[in-house]
Design a binder for this molecule. Structure first.
Ligand SMILES: *Cc1c(COP(=O)(O)O)cnc(C)c1O
Length: 455
């Protein structure tokens, strides 16, 4: 008889990956390069140097090396909270009455409460190696800012965070975690940057957006000696660091001879989904195995399912290079929803290309159905999931219920990216029955897309 799969599959420290996997090496159609908005030509290493750390630019531009070694300095930090457990959701399966087998990779076991620490520590490490004084960044819901402040305090780097103003006001506890780790937190848009002052003049009283905060953080980095800008999602380098999630998952599954049929993740900028699926996608691209991949996004910010695949600005102030991606337009303002980490207007270039090549699918889901899934999950599996992660839970449950109808015994894997303790206002709205499900109209999306740059 086959060995019973344990509730939690833990790997040992020695099984931590020694290299990240760069899926671009196995992609036939490479993701489109970043373009210089002034020349329309691909951004070079030299052009990116004033903004990003040198080693991270090399990773950003590297389409050829399949494996990039994880430096010992980063692995040492990973050992404090990794390998992350792969959990068999026996209790959820039983509750649903499904013949499907459900697994989730849990990334919420650290103070920042999400997978973002996997890339934060890598980016802080390379900034330190380069002898920099500090880094600047933006944060929306606050998970990335928290992760980065933890990483910077570990390496004794200065950390300046521009936090979207509405979140700054709504999530004072996130702000205090960041300050406890030594970060300086500024609500964005602010008077401290030129671009912030411009945005404030044009939109007085605005609550800000991720796109605004990015513009401010980039300006702050380029105007201070010894500072660079770092970003928590979207970029190739971030997706690369997050492959530690997929590599551990693959090792754990291979050990027990488990093969996932469907792999599901929520997609904001695409880093956790890209990180989870990369090694599996590598097998698919090399013709070694096949999997169904599903990206899940909020119906209020549907970049893959309703956006266009074009070059667009990455930020509201248009200070960043242009990226080719599925986008809703850089001026798209998603309705205030409760999954702040999924409110970005664009999507990772890597995932955009894979989606355009029909190698991954995408679904959009409405907020109340997401929280219903979150509640169902929390009640049987114990963990209180982040609203972002709950998008993946929604589709995992939907797939498991389909199996119940058809009798298929599919193996479903999803990424549980984090915990939701700082999202209790969102849970409150759901519990009170006052949560809304705003979905943008075609006209709203078309208006925003009309403002993408003409090349
Ligand atoms: C930021 C965040 C996300 C979305 O970001 P990706 O880059 O798409 O992974 C998802 N879940 C949590 C908990 C987050 O903090």
């Amino acid at each position: 008889m086959a060995e019973k799969i344990p509730y939690k599959i833990y790997l040992s420290e020695n099984e931590l990956p020694t290299a990240w996997y760069n899926v671009r090496a196995d992609m036939k159609n490479k993701p489109a390069p970043l373009l210089n908005p002034a020349t329309g030509k691909p951004m070079t290493f030299e052009e990116l140097r004033p903004v990003f750390c040198d080693e991270l630019i090399k990773q950003e531009l590297n389409d050829t090396d399949a494996y990039i070694a994880i430096p010992d300095g980063i692995r040492e930090f990973y050992k404090m909270y990794r390998p992350a457990p792969l959990v068999r959701a026996y209790c959820l399966e039983k509750k649903l009455g499904t013949p499907a087998k459900i697994y989730y990779k849990f990334e919420g076991n650290n103070t920042s409460g999400s997978h973002k620490l996997n890339s934060a520590i890598a980016q802080a490490y390379y900034a330190k190696q380069q002898g920099l004084k500090g880094v600047t960044t933006e944060t929306g819901a606050g998970q990335w800012g928290t992760a980065l402040s933890m990483a910077c305090s570990y390496f004794d780097l200065d950390c300046q965070v521009y936090m979207v103003k509405v979140s700054y006001e709504q999530k004072p506890f996130r702000r205090e975690v960041m300050r406890t780790y030594g970060a300086a937190v500024t609500p964005s848009p602010s008077e401290t940057t030129e671009v912030g002052r411009k945005i404030l003049a044009a939109h007085p009283g605005t609550g800000g957006s991720l796109g605004c905060a990015i513009s401010e953080a980039v300006e702050a980095a380029t105007k201070q000696e010894g500072y660079r800008y770092v970003l928590g999602s979207v970029l190739n380098q971030v997706l690369l660091h997050q492959t530690v999630i997929g590599l551990e998952t693959m090792t754990a599954m291979d050990k027990y001879g488990i093969k996932p049929d469907v792999i599901i993740g929520c997609a904001g900028g695409g880093s956790n989904l890209g990180g989870l699926i990369s090694p599996f996608m590598g097998r698919k691209l090399r013709g070694e195995a096949d999997y169904q991949f599903i990206a899940v996004e909020p119906a209020s910010c549907p970049s893959l399912t309703r956006g266009s695949y074009v070059y667009d600005f990455c930020d509201t102030g248009h200070v960043c290079p242009l990226a080719k991606m599925y986008t809703l337009g850089s001026e798209f303002m998603p309705s205030p929803n409760h999954a702040g980490g999924l409110r970005y207007h664009g999507m990772s270039s890597i995932l955009s290309q894979l989606y355009d090549d029909k190698l991954i699918e995408a679904r959009s889901v409405e907020q109340t159905s997401v929280f219903a899934a979150a509640q169902e999950f929390a009640r049987v599996e114990g963990i209180l999931p982040a609203p972002e992660s709950s998008h993946a839970i929604r589709v995992a449950i939907d797939e498991a219920l389909k199996c119940k109808e058809t009798g298929e015994e599919k193996t479903i894997l999803f990424g549980l990216t984090g915990t939701g303790y700082f999202d209790m206002y969102a849970y409150k709205a759901f519990n009170d029955g006052s949560m809304s499900d705003y979905i943008p109209t075609d006209a709203e999306i078309a208006e925003s897309l009309a403002k993408t740059p003409k090349l």
